[in-house]
Design a binder for this molecule. Structure first.
Ligand code: NAD
Length: 354
């Protein structure tokens, strides 16, 4: 049996692919465009494993996607491929619209054509799992209850608007055409192989390079943090036992204000890789807030825990420590994914923010 993963050279996708191959004999066909966020370096641990095949293509390419479905006959599609960074969506929303909306639309169309040609026994077990985000629900105040699956969609950034649109298409393809879909909305992931533009790897790598640790606004924006291995477990659980057409919120029960999270990273780094003098916390620098910055996200994960028996294993403290250890041991990966263009983009980002 084979599953088709999109975006499996990115952060969560590569962790999912690596985990999958340690736990299953099924093959993975990995469709990835290898944008700045995707890297062959993230797949090095499975180099030479003939159960994995990377196909470099765009999810918007109808011919490439439909040929691939016909050739490999996957029993499931797990859809991660996306433009995923909010700051970049403020600079260039068009690419988010193309990949996240047009790309998902194209995958759904191709998957439906493929699904309709399957014999009934294969059609009965086919699944299309769409990986989405809690950001589609908008922003919470400090005392509002966490997002549940019945919350209204209120996306505030071009990124979350594009993910919200893709979620609606997935829902429509189930309700209108009977495609057996599942959707997950998860909170902020962290862990190995996350591109160092996102908060946790940015703070770790900047600290080790003795660069400023930029924090937007007053640092009191709150996020729920989910270790990527917990997320991968949840996805396998939803794929195996989720009810068709349903959405599952996936959260780590780890709400933290950004400033508290960054201080916790500094404390762990001080222990694991002490600075020549002082604490890494001295590098913390407050910068001008991101436009439209959502104040708080929080996930009510009672549906997936009670119905599917999943629960997160990592606390932020254990997960952060393991993540720092991974970055300390994998400087080669970091060198492979970093480019001059990325460094220039980061520099410009935080100069503008000052
Ligand atoms: P990422 O940016 O690290 O990786 C995205 C991957 O998609 C890359 O490998 C990239 O090359 C590939 N890709 C981009 N455009 C493509 C295209 N047009 N065709 C084919 N491949 C393309 O993203 P991530 O952080 O791993 O997120 C994966 C999914 O999870 C996304 O859908 C994202 O919205 C969702 N999500 C992420 C988080 C998080 O905290 N990282 C939280 C909630 C939801």
């Amino acid at each position: 049996m084979t599953i088709l993963v999109t975006g499996g050279a990115g952060f969560i996708g590569s962790n999912f692919v690596l985990d999958w191959l340690t736990q299953s004999d099924e093959r993975i066909v990995n469709l990835d465009k290898l944008t700045y966020a995707g890297s062959r370096a993230s797949l090095l641990p499975i180099d030479g494993d003939d159960r994995h095949q990377l196909i470099v293509a765009d999810i918007c390419d109808e011919r490439a996607v439909s040929d691939l479905l016909v050739e490999h006959r996957p029993r499931a599609v797990v859809h991660f491929a996306a433009e995923s960074h909010v700051d970049r969506s403020l600079d260039d929303p068009g690419v988010f619209l193309r990949t996240n909306i047009d790309g998902t639309f194209n995958l759904l169309r191709c998957a439906l054509t493929f699904f309709r040609q399957l014999p009934s026994n294969e059609a009965a077990s086919f699944r299309f799992l769409h990986v989405s985000t809690d950001e589609v629900y908008g922003s919470l105040s400090a005392d509002e209850p966490a997002f549940s699956e019945s919350n209204a969609y209120r996306p505030n950034s071009p990124y979350s608007a594009s993910k919200a649109a893709s979620d609606h298409f997935v829902r429509a393809w189930h309700h209108s055409f009977g495609l057996p879909t599942l959707t997950t909305q998860c909170s902020n992931n962290y862990g190995p192989r996350q591109f160092p533009e996102k908060l946790i790897p940015l703070v770790i790598t900047n600290a080790l390079a003795e660069k400023p640790l930029p924090i937007y606004g007053d640092g009191r924006n709150v996020r729920d943090w989910l270790h990527v291995s917990d997320h991968c477990d949840a996805l396998r659980c939803v794929l195996a036992s989720g009810t068709l057409g349903e959405t599952y919120n996936v959260g780590g029960n780890n709400e933290r204000a950004n400033i508290d999270l960054v201080r916790a990273i500094c404390t762990a780094l001080d222990e694991l890789q002490p600075r020549a003098a002082g604490s890494y916390a001295e590098l913390i620098t407050f910068v001008k807030d991101r436009p439209g910055h959502d104040r708080r996200y929080a996930i009510d994960n009672r549906k997936i825990t009670s119905q599917l028996g999943w629960s997160p294993r990592h606390t932020v403290e254990s997960g952060i420590r393991a993540t720092i250890e991974w970055y300390l041991a994998n400087s080669q990966w970091l060198n492979a994914v970093r480019s001059e263009a990325h460094e220039a983009w980061l520099d410009q980002q935080y100069r503008e923010g000052e």
